[in-house]
Design a protein around this ligand. Structure first.
Ligand code: SF4
Ligand code: SF4
Length: 456
């Protein structure tokens, strides 16, 4: 490529400018600084900027154009979810919540280990926004599967340019992720196409195996509530950070599975009554460095942690004489299951927001017939908060997250129909991952809940 052509295709831009999105708040970006808190007041951020060395990278003009488009959108003030206060900076809002609404550590532990501002509710908060029939979702339509069959999307992704990254930085960054995902990648299976967390696990063996035998002796369960408490303790013993139980809503089971490695698809029949939803926390420092290699490695490690917890819990249940299948991203949608099980609420970013870790979690689940007592869903004003907070949308380098009001409109087959919400343009997101040469977690890092929870 000649220098002129190169100039046309790429524009010199610092990684910071690219990630700043609107040119304002920089979400979760920490370039060699050891980490900038998302909630630092602007003055302190300025000081850090002065001492930072910001490496220039060449950014494809397509990405810049999409970033410029985001600048047009009016940014609203952050409103407190617990009172009528509005604040012009997130730092001010955080200070206000700390002072006026945060419970003391003793009080936190008194309410079943959750923050006192968490309320149990009879129906999940997404139900207020259901405006049509919710059909089961075909796994084929999620963005990773579309990489196999959606010609238009495949072409768009293939045409997307990539940023230039120092070769040794890339080598070490990819090595960090390779180590982090190793547990999930191998997961005890010698099958050459073993998909780990990505796909339907029948027939591959390995930790996520569905065909593990169920113990002949059934442990008698006279009190499902007691057994539920035991299950939560055992899941935490295996490494879970949050655990909840719900009756399995068949709307969240994929209508068909899709194996993105082989292209195989087929009906799913999941007759089990309960889902045990599990969240594992992702490393805060790594995620704050999004969209760099450390953030990708933090995500990868989350998948490896899932591969320890869900299969171990499923084996525990099978050994007690009850059927159980461990699932990563496969078989059923993890986010609505986690909401039904009381782990959190749905945010503007399309992610689960938990009171403890925000969206800085990975989700897995175990489906079973072990007699259990379902938890209630929770609300902690995420719906109201997301109506005025736009930090995830602002932090997205490619405008994949919607500003403004909820809508029933969809951006592609990857969005569900029948729901008023902020649809995420997952194709734009995943294409940016290619451009960025590694994944992105800006929307997770930018979310105040990811840092504002009781452990924050
Ligand atoms: S992960 Fe995707 S949606 Fe989230 S900020 Fe990055 S590009 Fe945007
Ligand atoms: S950053 Fe978090 S709280 Fe703010 S709008 Fe996005 S999901 Fe909601």
């Amino acid at each position: 490529m000649s220098e002129e052509q190169k100039e046309e295709k790429f524009k010199k831009l610092t990684r910071r400018e690219l990630l700043a999105g609107t040119g304002g708040f920089v979400a979760g970006v920490a370039v060699g600084s050891g980490g900038i808190s998302l909630l630092l007041p602007p003055k302190e951020v300025e000081v850090i900027k002065e001492v930072e060395v910001i490496k220039e990278v060449e950014v494809p003009v397509e990405v810049i154009k999409e970033t410029e488009a985001v600048k047009e959108v009016e940014i609203s003030k952050s409103a407190c979810p617990y009172c009528d206060g509005t604040f012009s900076t997130l730092g001010a809002l955080r200070a206000h919540i700390d002072l006026e609404h945060q419970p003391t550590p003793t009080a936190i532990r008194e309410v079943e280990g959750r923050p006192t501002y968490v309320n149990k509710v009879d129906r999940p908060t997404y139900e207020d926004f259901v405006v049509g029939t919710i059909e089961q979702f075909d796994q084929k339509n999620e963005v990773f599967s579309r990489s196999v069959w959606d010609e238009e999307y495949i072409k768009r992704r293939a045409a997307a340019p990539v940023i230039e990254v120092d070769k040794l930085v890339m080598l070490e960054g990819n090595a960090l992720s390779a180590g982090a995902i190793y547990m999930d990648d191998k997961a005890g299976s010698d099958a050459p196409n073993y998909p780990g967390y990505q796909g339907h696990q029948m027939g591959y063996g390995g930790l996520y195996d569905w065909e593990e035998p169920v113990g002949e002796q059934k442990f008698p369960v006279s009190d499902p509530a007691e057994m539920s408490e035991r299950i939560k303790k055992v899941a935490k013993f295996y490494g879970a950070d949050l655990v909840g139980i719900c009756e399995l809503d068949q709307r969240w089971v994929y209508s068909k599975y899709f194996d993105s490695l082989s292209g195989a698809s087929g009906e799913l029949d999941i007759p089990y009554k309960y889902a045990i939803a599990i969240a594992v926390e992702m490393d805060r420092e790594g995620i704050e460095k999004s969209p760099g290699y450390e953030a990708s490695a933090a995500t990868a490690l989350g998948y490896s942690n899932m591969a320890e917890v869900a299969p171990s819990l499923a084996r525990y249940i099978r050994s007690m004489g009850y059927p159980a299948i461990p699932c990563g991203n496969d078989t059923a949608q993890s986010i609505p299951i986690a909401i039904d099980a009381g782990l959190g609420e749905l945010g503007r970013s399309g992610l689960l927001i938990t009171p403890e870790f925000g969206s800085r979690v990975r989700l897995c689940k175990v489906l079973t017939d072990l007699p259990l007592k379902p938890d209630k869903p929770i609300e902690f004003r995420v719906q109201r908060f997301c109506e005025s907070c736009v930090l995830c949308a602002k932090s997205c380098p490619v405008g994949a997250i919607k500003f403004g009001e909820r809508t029933t409109e969809t951006t592609s087959v990857s969005n569900r129909e029948g729901l008023l919400r902020w649809p995420v343009d997952v194709a734009k997101c995943y294409i940016f991952w290619k451009t960025n040469r590694t994944s992105c977690s800006n929307c997770i890092a930018a979310c105040p809940w990811s840092d504002m929870g009781i452990l924050g």
